[in-house]
Design a binder for this molecule. Sequence first.
Ligand code: ATP
Ligand code: ZN
Length: 223
Amino acid sequence: MSERLTIAIQKSGRLSKESLALLQACGVKFSIHQARLLAHSTSHPIDLLRVRDDDIPGLVMDGVVDVGLVGENVLEEVRLEREATSQRADYIDLRALDFGQCRLSLALPKEQSQLSLADLAGKRIATTYPFLLQRFLKTQQIDAQAVMLTGSVEVAPRAGLADAICDLVSTGATLEANGLVETQVIFRSRAKLIQRKQPLSPARQQLLQQLLPRLDGVQQAKE
Ligand code: ATP
Ligand code: ZN
């Protein structure tokens, strides 16, 4: 069996640069070839798997990789989806990281921004996070319909596909540009380091145990 620790990170996107920078700051050296899925560390028995962020929670939960760095928004959405479909959905929460901060919010067209949460009853809400949205709606006892869109969520109301949206917000500039107003935060997120629940070989667990204090040191130094 391979004694290399496998770490999944986002291939290209908002988490990629900081995920790689964090590992490098921990002393783990890589030379990345943009086109390659797998990168071998030149300093440690560690392999990096570079994939879409949406695939990271499932890879960890299925035990295909040992650890992963992913946003809590994606992690929790995948966990709820897998739970609902009787797939394995457990993992070990190792660390909350100090990047990838964003929030998942409800937003309404400007003309309707005075509507209350209760007014969403019977309305359609476009989102890429149907499970997080449904959970929120359930706790608020609002009977609204989640409309799943994997992209261009913010144009859904103008296109007549939905009455409201539930999407990630960082500055609000995208909402503003689409005539939408943020009315309610439903989930706050940051990047997390997670480990598979299936036990690692002693060598891999030991390597991970050596990396964690370094990671804590790097994060503290940034504060
Ligand atoms: P992929 O191609 O990997 O599926 P994506 O388009 O789904 O990428 P990105 O836009 O790169 O995803 O965002 C990845 C994650 O970064 C989000 O799921 C979220 O956790 C986090 N994120 C979102 N917005 C911001 C932001 N403004 N600043 C920092 N992190 C963010
Ligand atoms: Zn994604």
